[in-house]
Ligand binder design. Structure first.
Ligand code: ADP
Ligand code: MG
Length: 230
């Protein structure tokens, strides 16, 4: 489902080039839920943004559902991203003047899906994430946890091959964090959604079946990782 090969990235935007990722290799199978764990500044968001096609890597390749995304031109990538990649942000990124249902429908608007079909799919997904009664409210009328549920529903509406989440519980209290992780686990186990969840919190990472650890832009050897966890 997702293959990352010899991925390296150097930012050229500062006063001197900064290598943020080097020699990253891993794969995520369909239906897996993986945590990408690392401390602040270790390169997690950069790696996620590269995998989601939001930036191009300096070196290496990224395959999603068998397609080499770093080789696509901008147009093809935009189309591919909209239908095959879901993204969940720490700060939800909902559109304030659209209702909860309209926010969830938005990716389908871009795909030209008809109103009635969009509405039905959004309402069904919103009930799956526990927001059946909230579809006509605006984001500002919801709690943080509920807003993140909206953003999760939105990420799923195109039935993407993989959903990337960047610190999805970073703005939430511990209890709400647990509820959101419970929901992601349920969506993974019950519906086979493939998730890659970025976090700096061991407690969050530990709840997934597999942890990939990043340190100073390199993957920590899985054997060392296992030893550290014991
Ligand atoms: P994390 O998400 O693990 O906290 P990031 O991927 O955001 O880490 O950042 C990794 C490193 O890359 C940091 O040192 C950061 O300052 C640097 N970095 C991130 N984005 C840019 C950018 N656009 N230009 C230059 N350096 C960047
Ligand atoms: Mg980050």
């Amino acid at each position: 489902m997702l293959v990352v090969q010899q991925l390296s990235h150097t930012f050229l935007s500062g006063t001197e080039p900064t290598q943020v990722l080097s020699g990253i290799d891993f794969r995520v199978e369909k239906g897996e839920m993986v945590a990408l764990l690392g401390s602040s500044g270790s390169g997690k968001s950069t790696l996620l943004n590269l995998m989601a096609g939001l930036m191009k890597p300096t070196e290496g390749s990224i395959l999603i559902a068998g397609r080499n995304i770093e080789k696509m031109n901008e147009n093809d990538l935009a189309v591919f991203r909209r239908s095959h990649i879901g993204f969940i942000f720490q700060s939800y990124e909902l559109i304030p003047h659209l209702t909860v249902r309209e926010n969830v429908e938005l990716p389908l608007v871009f795909q030209g899906v008809k109103g009635k079909v969009r509405r039905e799919r959004a309402i069904s997904l919103l009930s799956r994430v526990g927001l059946a009664g909230k579809t006509e409210l605006f984001p500002s009328q919801l709690s943080g946890g509920q807003q993140q549920r909206v953003s999760i529903a939105r990420s799923l509406i195109t039935e993407p091959a993989v959903v990337f989440a960047d610190e999805p519980t970073g703005n939430l209290d511990t209890k709400t964090e647990e509820e959101i992780i419970d929901l992601l686990i349920e969506l993974n186990m019950g519906h086979g959604i493939t998730f890659v969840i970025v976090t700096h919190e061991h407690e969050v990472a530990r709840r997934t079946k597999r942890i990939i650890q990043l340190r100073d832009g390199r993957l920590v050897d899985p054997d060392i990782q296992a030893g550290e966890g014991a």
